[in-house]
Ligand binder design. Structure first.
Ligand code: HSE
Length: 317
């Protein structure tokens, strides 16, 4: 639905948990915090410019062609035939790099979404999807929508095909909570993807498919026991767990504290548990954070219901 163009728009683009254990590259959900803020405003200088980046310790490029938010925004402007329109972006990074929380995806979604809002919403969220996937691909070199789709649409999203970008939202059980814990170490997605197995056994594939189907049925039927039985990753977790100190101890503590299931968030090092109810989620997050703190690695917990809103405008003029 289009609206009138704005002078300046500020958006909030939230963190996401990709893979959700058994859905490598095809399943993700959105949480409330942390998230990036991106501002767009018109400028007299023709073309897209990134005027300012904060919170990145100088690590991110200001060149829009090399920056995930710049790539997605520019892809959108090219599609609209508005490459020469003067627009400047400000990116305020409020989530850690290499964290497994979808940091580059949040910026990629933020770039295209904020420009689309500034222009008065010429495109729908769904139409923005190819541009935000292109922005994310600029960061990790891979074409997958399991962070950008839940960030863009909110909720739990299943990607039937990354190639075709055939994406759908999944029912969110009303008392489903996520406990996400970020241990303060960096795992680069590129590295975590390189250690993935190139081939998997037929039995492993069969079991993983059963779990993914079970998890989706569990979401649709709000069957928490089925969600718990299905929340296992036989493909990425056995290889990637070694990038996360005390992973199995954290998992043990999460399950003892009442998690339905526990695994790696995206490429890690963040970990997540799904829980029935807020109180359980808080207990689980505290138990997992304690394991990392004892190493000692600083650990930041995020407890959230599934965020059904996704990226959204927080201010506009
Ligand atoms: N599905 C991706 C992976 C998410 O696990 O590599 C990280 O960007």
């Amino acid at each position: 639905m289009s609206s009138s163009p704005k002078k300046e728009v500020r958006i909030f683009s939230p963190a996401t948990v990709a893979n959700v254990a058994c859905g490598f590259d095809v399943l993700g959900f959105c949480i409330d915090q942390p998230g990036d803020e991106v501002v767009a405003r018109f400028s007299d200088q023709p073309g897209l410019r990134i005027a300012k980046i904060t919170g990145d310790d100088g690590r991110l490029p200001l060149d829009p062609k090399l920056n995930t938010a710049g790539v997605s925004a520019q892809a959108l402007l090219r599609h609209l035939g508005k490459d020469n329109l003067g627009i400047e972006l400000e990116i305020h990074k409020k989530m850690p790099f290499g964290s497994g929380l979808g940091s580059s995806a949040a910026s990629a979604v933020g770039g295209a979404f904020v420009v689309n809002q500034l222009l008065g919403e010429p495109l729908t969220r769904r139409q923005l999807l190819p541009f935000v996937v292109a922005g994310e691909a600029a960061a990790d070199g891979a074409w997958h929508a399991d962070n950008v789709a839940p960030c863009l649409f909110g909720g739990i999203t299943l990607i039937r095909s990354n190639a075709e970008l055939d994406v759908m939202n999944v029912n969110i059980p009303s008392n489903l909570w996520a406990a996400v814990v970020h241990p303060d170490i960096v795992v680069l997605t590129k590295v975590a993807r390189e250690i993935m197995p190139r081939h998997i056994q037929l039995e492993t594939s069969t079991q993983q498919s059963g779990n993914l189907g079970g998890l989706l049925c569990g979401f649709f039927q709000s069957d928490y026991a089925l969600i718990g039985r299905s929340l296992h990753d036989l493909i990425a977790e056995p290889h990637r767990q070694r990038l996360i100190p005390q992973f199995y101890q954290a998992k043990r503590m999460a399950m003892e504290a009442g998690a339905l299931g526990f695994s790696i968030s995206g490429a890690g090092p963040s970990v997540f548990a799904l829980c029935e109810g807020e109180a359980k989620a808080r207990q689980v997050a505290a138990a997992v954070a304690k394991v990392f703190s004892q190493i000692p690695i600083k650990a930041t917990p995020y407890v959230s219901q599934i965020n059904s809103k996704g990226v959204h405008v927080i201010d506009q003029k």
